[in-house]
Design a protein around this ligand. Structure first.
Ligand code: MLT
Length: 252
């Protein structure tokens, strides 16, 4: 058997929209037995106040850099899910020397289509005007797989509670940052670190057939599909997710 972890570099988890760091609770518990685990809330989510608006994805890159600098981390494994994956790619473009390996979950390298962009602007307006109620009601059906929606009401509730901790201004700013993010497809062939792509088989937002080409475009990558999970496989199937990530981190 491989040693559970082949190095001691920290593992940093980047959360999805519109959740918070607590989405990584099962990973924090499991992986902190082996190495330093870092989770934090993006500005405007969980316990972090919103940042000055209008900085786009660079606000995410700056937040991650400040976590890394405060903790004097030299190199780290970076795992981002969905919006966290957009941030991981943006950070890799800016500072590849800090990244030991990349784990990209339920995300995409392409920019938004014009339709998606318009929907994000409209949602940002609604959230600023009316608060988070519409997101709390609508997001679980988008984020969670059919199996979870059918069988695991506690997960639906957990996701709704996480959304409820966000600040409308932070949510609106993240929506605009995502709408205006660039295309990262050109970056994929330049990624030289070991990369793991994970996706839930029931993911409706970034389905396996969209994520496989992303894995194909990255030289040193592996690809894993998790059954009975949607867009949040780390919450929906934490045991399987942790096994896959542990195996990835254990191999050179
Ligand atoms: C997320 O889970 O972070 C969001 O679904 C990302 C997105 O809306 O593109």
């Amino acid at each position: 058997m491989n040693h559970p972890m082949s190095d001691s570099e920290p593992l940093i988890f980047l959360h999805a929209f519109p959740l918070n760091r607590s989405m990584w609770a099962e990973q924090e518990k499991f992986f902190s037995r082996f190495r330093e685990v870092i989770t934090f809330d993006w500005p405007g989510f969980g316990e972090t106040p919103p940042a000055p608006p209008g900085k786009g994805m660079s606000s995410f890159v700056d937040s991650l850099r400040s976590e890394i600098e405060q903790r004097r981390v030299e190199r780290a494994h970076i795992c981002g899910l969905s919006m966290g994956g957009y941030a991981a790619l943006a950070f890799y473009r800016a500072s590849p020397e800090i990244v030991s390996s990349l784990i990209l979950c339920d995300t995409r390298a392409t920019a938004d289509t014009p339709d998606v962009r318009q929907t994000r602007y409209a949602t940002a307006e609604v959230v600023v005007r009316e608060g988070l109620t519409s997101l709390i009601e609508s997001m679980p059906a988008r984020l969670l797989g059919e199996t979870t929606l059918r069988e695991r009401p506690a997960i639906i509730e957990r996701v709704q509670q996480m959304i409820g901790t966000a600040r409308p201004a932070g949510v609106a700013d993240a929506l605009i940052a995502m709408a205006e993010r660039g295309d990262s497809t050109d970056l994929l062939p330049q990624i030289s670190v070991k990369t793991l792509i994970i996706v839930g088989r029931e993911d409706k937002l970034s389905p396996p057939e969209e994520m496989r080409p992303m894995a194909n475009a990255i030289r040193n990558s592996s690809f894993a599909v998790i059954d009975e999970a949607g867009h949040l496989p780390n919450i929906e199937q934490p045991y399987r997710f942790n096994q896959i990530l542990r195996d990835f981190l254990s191999t050179e």
